[in-house]
Design a protein around this ligand. Structure first.
Ligand SMILES: [Zn+2]
Length: 366
């Protein structure tokens, strides 16, 4: 079935400088900001007059029934001392929030006439994109690092992806950058240094997380939404969704969770385009030594906060949660550790109204 572009989609706008661009795949973000050495992603812009709810760039998208994930309110003990609500993204078709991105990014590729997509991923995104490309009849090339678990690489290949592996993460990006002017293969994940983030079309899919949270709570916004992040695609998309539905002044505070201080450092005065030292073995989905501006902006514009969480504590907490019937991957369990830390620091209290995005289930073994 052909995808249909939303007739109200009018263009893309830079999140940093506000310059406006025509509808196209600007894989390096805003050209003007890139030229100034301060790369920044674009966001979709729509004409008013939508039918209600968040706008999406493609109507009748390639879909496997992603989204509509449960909001779990009875998870006593997930964070000792605070009753949190979990948005269980593990219920998506391939077990992570990435399916929301893939549905829109692949729909964009189909609509624009590409033969396939290319992406750098060490796990969930690659499995998800391979699946959605299979459904759409597109080629899918995933660039991984050599330390990606073999079972995950096998899964991507079984799903029809061509997998290419590199020793270092930066080499994956160089490989994907080779497709920047391709008319056949569309790169949908970041390859710019400093990063801009992933496809602004795909990020639109994350706005539905905000819409579903509000719908399931009869329109009541939570005080906090907790989002594990690397370059902030999900955090930014969730921010955009709440902004569209509630207005810029009423977005819930985003608690961004990272494996070592990046946004934490920027909020303390560091340059967002700096390189931040640190590594993680436990949370590969959240790694990377450079930020995208969108991650910082999601926190700043929501009057939010950032917490860095430690590998050892996250692994211990992941084991505890699995035995309590919550099989999150460590990069997801990180969100619950961050809430514990925020509670201990007084940033949150026992009465805080908190929704944690449980981004992926742990059954892929990552
Ligand atoms: Zn710009």
């Amino acid at each position: 079935m052909p995808t249909v572009q939303n007739p109200r989609l009018t263009g893309l706008v830079c999140i940093r400088c506000g310059r406006r661009y025509e509808i196209a795949d600007h894989s390096t973000g805003c050209p003007a900001c890139l030229a100034e050495g301060t790369p920044a992603n674009l966001e979709c812009a729509y004409a008013p007059g939508g039918p209600g709810g968040v706008e999406q760039p493609y109507l009748r998208p390639v879909t496997l029934g992603e989204g509509g994930t449960p909001l779990l309110t009875d998870v006593t003990g997930a964070v000792p001392g605070l009753d949190v609500t979990l948005k269980w993204e593990g219920a998506n078709p391939t077990g992570s929030h990435k399916d929301r991105f893939s549905a829109v990014a692949v729909s964009r590729a189909v609509h624009a006439g590409y033969q396939g997509i290319a992406a750098a991923s060490s796990g969930n995104a690659g499995v998800s994109l391979a699946t959605y490309c299979g459904r759409a009849g597109l080629r899918c090339e995933i660039a991984v690092t050599d330390d990606t678990p073999g079972q995950v690489v096998d899964l991507m290949r079984d799903l029809g992806a061509e997998v290419v592996s590199f020793p270092h993460s930066e080499q994956r990006w160089e490989h994907i950058a080779g497709y920047r002017d391709s008319t056949t293969m569309l790169p949908v994940t970041n390859f710019v240094v400093p990063p801009v983030g992933s496809s602004p079309f795909g990020i639109e899919g994350y706005k539905l997380v905000a819409e579903e949270i509000l719908t399931d709570r009869s329109g009541a916004a939570p005080e906090w939404v907790v989002v594990p992040a690397s370059r902030g695609d999900l955090a930014w998309g969730v921010y955009l969704g709440f902004r569209e539905l509630l207005g810029a002044g009423a977005v819930p505070r985003i608690l961004l969770v990272e494996p070592f201080p990046r946004v934490v450092s920027v909020l303390a005065g560091a340059d967002p385009y700096a390189t931040f030292p640190g590594t993680t073995r436990a949370m590969p989905s959240l790694g990377g030594n450079q930020l995208a501006l969108q991650a910082v902006e999601a926190v700043r514009r929501s009057r939010g906060h950032a917490e860095a969480v430690d590998d050892e504590r996250v692994l211990a907490e992941t084991r505890r949660l699995w035995r309590a019937g919550l099989p999150l991957e460590p990069s997801s369990a990180a969100g619950l550790v961050a809430v514990s830390q925020a509670l201990a620091a007084g940033t949150m209290t026992a009465d805080s109204d908190v929704v944690v995005l449980a981004t992926a289930h742990g059954l892929k073994g990552m």
